[in-house]
Design a protein around this ligand. Sequence first.
Ligand SMILES: *Cc1c(COP(=O)(O)O)cnc(C)c1O
Length: 428
Amino acid sequence: MLYQRSSQLFAEAEKVIPGGVNSPVRAFRAVGGTPIFIKEANGPYLYDEDGNRFIDYINSWGPMILGHAYEPVVNAVIERAKKGTSFGAPTALETEIAALAVAMVPNIDKIRFVNSGTEACMSAVRLARGFTGREKIIKFAGCYHGHSDSFLIQAGSGAVTFGTPNSPGVTQGTAKDTLLATYNDLDNIKELFAANLNDIAAIIIEPVAGNMGCVPPAKGFLQALREICDVNGALLIFDEVMTGFRLAKGGAQELYGIKADIVAYGKVIGGGLPVGAFAARNEIMNYLAPIGPVYQAGTLSGNPLAMAAGLEMLKALNNDAAIFTRLEEKTAYLEAGIRKILDDAAIAYTINRVGSMISVHFDASPVTDFKSAAKGDNETFKKFFHGLLNEGVYIAPSAYETWFITDALTYDDLDFTLSAIQKVAATL
Ligand SMILES: *Cc1c(COP(=O)(O)O)cnc(C)c1O
């Protein structure tokens, strides 16, 4: 495959955009080479500027769960755009999508829309601090909650890939209020609570981690966090930016039967437009401005184009009873195929999967937290990545990323992918 035009476009981009990209992980620095520039996309396929076709396993890092250029979303955006693209005043559309989201997700009464997952998590934490009157939060190493200051402490994927686990520009003052814990380690959480009695506002967690590869919660782990929070008067924040509307209609809360106090959304909820949201029961949400003391705002929040796209996406997921089963089956098929290939080729690996989130780690020992995720053989991953790219299969350019399966994939696409993996495995 040739990437001439992409290379040329990247060189031009580097002159005017830091690193040539508007989000670091796009830059291929963890795997070497230069990024492909996308011209268009349809269903499960991406087409680059050189005319190459790729089966897409990134899907905009999650949002395109029904495939690219999904017609109802595209049409809704076009129709809304003709009527004006932003008003800075309320619209009926916002209530419509809010009501649908509240109906789909268990345990929430109200939801507020923002413009990104970062904003959603940042606002959720401010709300938790305001509500509890406490300052410290617990986050897990390897979990990513967006790039706001308090989260850039061992933040998984992008931050890790680029060797800046603690970013310059984050003050000591901010960092000291973020306590770092080990994923799936309850004793660690108990110690942190014991050492910071009555100071912890919230635990924030990806209920299924997706930013150190896919790392599922150990059996009983989320329930135990729920109980520890209750005993200590802290809130449990589920960052469902990745898992929300992907693992089930009601996300990880529904899948595991655990009630979070505040839930953050992003990615799928915007149907491919910039949308995030956070939600909770009335008691907590009524703490927000303009009815409560915790301030939060946004000029473009609830933007009509974004809401139109999100609404069509949620409707499609809500109206298709079999969607999450279908996604599960397709991903399980892919998993079984990859296992067979890697077993036959005697390559050491671990595959983690929950529903349509899956990741391949090139190390035989279980991947249960950030430390074990970091043990994977990055040299093998680089070859795997470039091999697949060359065969027309586009996975995330970092060993720390989950693959996102889209319902637009056919079994032919999955078989094409498996035969590509078979070819590449022979070269590893
Ligand atoms: C992507 C992601 C975010 C950040 O969302 P942005 O829209 O990129 O700001 C936060 N949390 C999780 C779990 C994510 O995967």
